[in-house]
Design a protein around this ligand. Sequence first.
Ligand code: ADP
Ligand code: MG
Length: 245
Amino acid sequence: MNEKIKVKVHNLIKTFGDNQVLKGINLEVHDNEVVVVIGPSGSGKSTFLRNLNRLEAPTSGSIVIDDMDIADPKANINKIRENIGMVFQHFNLFSNLSVSENIMLAPVELKKASKEKAAAQAKKLLAQVGLESKYNATVQSLSGGQQQRVAIARALAMNPDVMLFDEPTSALDPEMVGDVLAVMKQLAKQGMTMIVVTHEMGFAKEVADRVVFVEDGNIQEQGTPDEIFNHPKDPRLQSFLDKVL
Ligand code: ADP
Ligand code: MG
């Protein structure tokens, strides 16, 4: 981990109608840091990530990523999304495109990369996620775990500064979870700044620099994996861990 602050969230509030889902989140993420977000279903974890790349617009507060306040309504949303990769529970690949076309689409369309350059990069990224042989494959021919690794490669194709993962293994058959987590672990090792929502406590213990416990729209406790898993203080965290460990 590095001293430089990459993501700085200050007093982030998100309201849907009269439902205040995020109640004033404060979080700083350093360059190269891996932050794992845990917490019960409905606590606001996905809403938090979706605000970080402006899939949702914050109700109030500020989100500064690489010195750019993305909560500012005047912010350039496309520029923001280029710098922040996101991987979803349900992959969201384009099923009418091949594996390589999925990876090349954004660099060619948004960054005006040449087809040749994008193709070479797609090849490299597929090797990185262990799927070199699937370059021309259709999306439908892949297993869920393979599709999720393509989704990671697709996000990486934009050379993001930060990667967000929202329960990337929750929709997978158990035997495929390990391959996806291994790719994420490798990415962390290479120094990627990552915010990962997951129920994979083994991954959190092994890979996280910091674990953040969200409940009821607030960060109730945060610390090192040792602090959070071995010495939890907040009774809500203790009871959450009793259920998931
Ligand atoms: P988690 O990811 O921790 O399970 P979510 O962020 O998905 O939690 O949801 C938190 C709360 O926000 C839930 O009560 C959910 O119904 C509500 N919510 C999320 N997205 C929307 C939306 N687009 N419109 C209205 N309510 C939403
Ligand atoms: Mg969620």
